[in-house]
Design a protein around this ligand. Structure first.
Ligand SMILES: Nc1ncnc2c1ncn2[C@@H]1O[C@H](COP(=O)(O)OP(=O)(O)OP(=O)(O)O)[C@@H](O)[C@H]1O
Ligand SMILES: [Mg+2]
Length: 527
């Protein structure tokens, strides 16, 4: 593919210098296509996948077009959320770092309006705001529209979804007609075309649309879960994949609050973000997430659009989104600027149909994944410790440590294997003694009086159903009491046992080996 350098786009020296300082080596395809169009002053509609640099695609031309000698507002950018307004202002500020006399001001609800008015009075050429607050200033006449020559609607379709249509139309009517109107988003549903027809003039569409709407470097999987198991499955996935940062989307504020408490209770660094929080709280959560103190951001769709945080490794759809577009935007919080990412969606019952719609809309495949077992979680932890140990053995001088261990072995009657195993147990950081486990079997899909147990045989091993039934009978000391069918496929299988013995079978089988191989067993209620 042809590569466009920023210095081929006819940009001024201070901006090129800022771009270099920001570490952008070449223009992204949407930047290469949109910057010349937006600079030309034409109305435009820009569409490109999430995380592909749309902000700079409109931010750079705006900076090129403002007159820093004038203190009037010349460009206005509307964003659907406060967090996004702050972020867009920050990106444009970075791009304008070497321009003297430029003032860029975010104005959004929840922030002290008196302070905002004072800043506006001091003069700013570019204002970035949420529609509600901009309307507020318009009514107070604290934002003057008469010198605005450019208006950008970032996430234009979302602002319509949120019911800002009237506000946007009112604002557009206030801005001089010879203005330039530009819309950007990763998705462009039909409703947006009405706005385009009414309020734009001969708009040029600039699209960098691949076959699929989602970014190809995001691995997408789904897990079929029962609602009450979501929390446990999420924890297992967090433990196995160990993301540096992750975003978990829920459909309601209440679910966000509940999940945050649950995750915090389990010892994760999780915080919630939704519209009922005070602005100071929202700001605190966002900055804590940006600097990595909060590792898991649990959010409603307020965080679905535009939010750009490095190192988001995984996006979870704890609840499947209501609308197809939201899937695109939500998972787009990972895999930004060419990085890799993962998107895991939880699917409950009829959600599978919704998932089919989403796949059709996005033109991507979302594959099913089995829920990791507790054994899988443990194995991952063990693998990580062993990997670290290999590193230490290869890179460090261990002579002194070996001396200490040797002395210890001489004093006590231990083998080096005992010591190594004890250290491993210590490194895993969990009490290895058996925790009493409460089993809540619920309805596992088995027939009356029976409970279905889920068995993970591990990597395809040659174990026959008879071996498993035999082992269960042997381990639990209940020969002949095992009734029921066995359904073997791939590396998983189900067995059915009478409900009253299910707990004992589970406990007896926890550390069972068949043909010397470990298997794991658990209630099948999440399958
Ligand atoms: N040319 C470039 N080279 C490298 N990184 C870039 C370039 N342009 C922008 N970026 C960075 O890529 C990231 C994503 O950019 P941005 O937030 O503008 O994406 P977007 O297309 O608006 O995504 P979304 O649809 O989610 O809003 C940002 O961190 C931005 O600084
Ligand atoms: Mg964006």
């Amino acid at each position: 593919m042809e590569v466009t350098r920023f210095d081929e786009l006819g940009l001024s020296e201070p901006i090129l210098r800022a771009i270099t300082e920001m570490g952008f080596e070449e223009a992204t395809p949407i930047q290469a296509k949109a910057i010349p169009v937006v600079m030309s002053g034409k109305d435009a509609i820009g569409q490109a996948q999430t995380g592909t640099g749309k902000t700079a695609a409109f931010g750079i031309p705006i900076l090129e077009k403002v007159d820093v000698k004038s203190k009037n507002i010349q460009a206005i950018i509307l964003c659907p959320t406060r967090e996004l307004a702050i972020q867009v202002a920050e990106e444009i500020r970075n791009l304008s770092k070497f321009m003297h006399g430029i003032k860029i001001l975010p104005i959004y609800g929840g922030q002290d309006i008196v302070k905002q008015i004072r800043s506006l009075k001091a003069g700013a050429q570019i204002v970035i705001g949420t529609p509600g607050r901009v309307m507020d200033h318009m009514r107070r006449k604290t934002v003057k529209f008469d010198h605005i020559h450019t208006i950008i609607l970032d996430e234009a379709d979302e602002m319509l979804n949120m019911g800002f249509r009237e506000d946007i139309e009112t604002i557009l009517k206030q801005i001089p007609e010879e203005r330039q109107t530009v819309l950007f988003s990763a998705t462009m549903p039909k409703a947006i075309m009405d706005i385009a027809k009414t309020y734009q003039n001969d708009a040029q569409t600039v699209k960098v649309v691949k076959k699929e709407l989602t970014v190809p470097n995001i691995e997408q999987y789904y897990y079929e879960v029962k609602p009450k198991n979501k929390e446990e499955v999420l924890s297992r996935l967090l433990d196995i994949y160990d993301p540096k940062l992750s975003v978990v989307f829920c459909n309601t504020k209440r679910m966000v609050d509940e999940l945050v408490s649950a995750l915090q209770g389990r010892g994760y660094f999780a915080e919630g973000l939704h519209g009922d929080l005070k602005q100071s709280q929202r700001d605190r959560v966002m900055s804590s997430f940006r600097n990595g103190k909060t590792e898991i951001l649990v959010a409603t769709d307020v965080a679905a659009r535009g939010i750009d945080v490095d190192d988001v490794d995984i996006v979870f759809n704890y609840d499947l989104p209501q609308d197809d577009e939201y899937y695109v935007h939500r998972i787009g919080r990972t895999g930004r600027a060419g990085r890799k990412g993962r998107a895991f969606s939880f699917v409950v019952g009829k959600d599978v149909y919704k998932l089919k719609d989403i796949q059709r809309y996005c033109k991507t495949k979302i594959l099913a994944q089995p829920i990791p077992s507790l054994n899988d979680v443990k194995n991952t932890k063990v693998d990580k410790v062993l990997e670290k140990i290999s590193g230490i053995i290869e890179e460090e001088d261990l002579t002194l440590m070996i001396d200490i261990i040797e002395k210890h072995l001489n004093q006590e009657d231990y083998t080096s294997m005992d010591v190594a195993a004890a250290f491993l147990s210590l490194a895993l950081g969990e009490k290895q003694e058996e925790q009493p486990r409460e089993f809540d079997f619920g309805n596992t899909g088995a027939e009356e009086g029976m409970v279905r147990l889920f068995i993970n045989i591990g990597k395809k091993q040659n174990i026959r159903p008879g071996d498993i039934l035999g082992a269960i009978a042997g381990e639990s000391g209940m020969p002949g009491k095992l009734v029921g069918s066995i359904d073997m496929y791939d590396k998983y299988t189900f067995v059915e046992v009478p409900r009253e013995y299910a707990s004992e079978v589970l406990k007896a089988m926890e550390n069972a080996k068949i043909k010397g191989k470990n298997i794991s067993i658990e209630p099948a209620n999440q399958k």
